[in-house]
Write a protein that binds this ligand. Structure first.
Ligand code: KIV
Ligand code: NA
Length: 266
């Protein structure tokens, strides 16, 4: 299959084809998602709270994320691979962002990077775009700013907050962003941003008016013990894995595994 390219994102928006994005953090899941036709695989810093046992994305480092990006890039053939730049790796300057993004492409094999923030990182987006690094923006609830935002709450409510978010989105688009993730904002605001921009919006907890949707795969598949209200569980992977594991434990304890078909003889 032909690799999804950044040009296809805008084509999809123009054609009214909804885009699909899912997080992935390793090769076996990336392969499944890629073969199922997911357009974009996001190696998110949500690896922190979903895979590495942290309770937020704040502690995630480049050295933790780069190998995950490499695994996802190797395992996917069609999907556009987007690597999050983790907290602390890009905010200080466009140059800092460039150094981190270059690692994601050179060492990780990513096709694009995602960074959180609006007007304050427009210069970063412009430098990266000019250097040949596609950037996906991220507005609304930006989890790396949870200490400022006061937890995971809906953003962009009220006229002033909505206007500010729209201005941020326009600034990112003008700086060259190829798409923007909108997280936990009212559907009406997501609609406004989507109508205003030529680049696609990818929603998560932002209603059904966006050009595409993204979910953390564990939330999508029913893996893990908690998922946010805006996520829908399309499967029960956690329950299936739990059942398989207790069946295995029982089979070993009772002596029914391994059987003759699993056994070598001399
Ligand atoms: O890290 C992540 O999973 C994300 C998505 C929620 C958009 O940034
Ligand atoms: Na993220």
């Amino acid at each position: 299959p032909r690799r999804v390219r950044v040009q296809h994102l805008r084509e999809a928006k123009d054609a009214g084809r909804r885009l699909t994005m899912l997080t992935a953090y390793d090769a076996p899941t990336a392969r499944i998602f890629d073969e199922a036709g997911v357009d974009m695989l996001l190696v998110g810093d949500s690896i922190g709270d979903n895979m590495l046992g942290h309770d937020s994305t704040i502690p995630v480092t480049m050295d933790e994320l780069v190998p995950a990006v490499r695994a996802v890039s190797r395992a996917s053939r069609r999907a556009l691979v987007v690597a999050d730049l983790p907290f602390g790796s890009y905010e200080a300057s466009p140059q800092q962002a460039h150094a981190a993004a270059v690692r994601m492409l050179k060492e990780g094999g990513a096709n694009a990077v995602k960074i959180e923030g609006g007007r304050r990182i427009a210069a970063h987006v412009e430098l990266l775009s000019g250097a040949g690094i596609p950037v996906v923006g991220h507005l609304g609830l930006t989890p790396q700013a949870e200490n400022m935002l006061g937890g995971k709450r809906v953003q962009g409510r009220g006229a002033d907050a909505a206007d500010a978010l729209l201005a941020d989105a326009v600034a990112l688009a003008e700086a060259g962003a190829v798409a923007i993730v909108l997280e936990m904002i009212p559907e009406q605001l997501a609609q406004r941003v989507t109508d205003r921009l030529a680049i696609p919006t990818i929603g998560i907890g932002a209603g059904n008016a966006c050009d595409g949707q993204v979910l953390v795969w564990l939330d999508m598949a029913g893996m893990g013990d908690w998922s946010p209200r805006f996520a829908k569980q399309f499967g029960a992977v956690g329950a299936a894995l739990s059942q398989a594991t207790s069946d295995y434990v029982d089979a070993v304890r009772s002596g029914t595994f391994p059987g003759p078909e699993h056994t070598f003889t001399s």
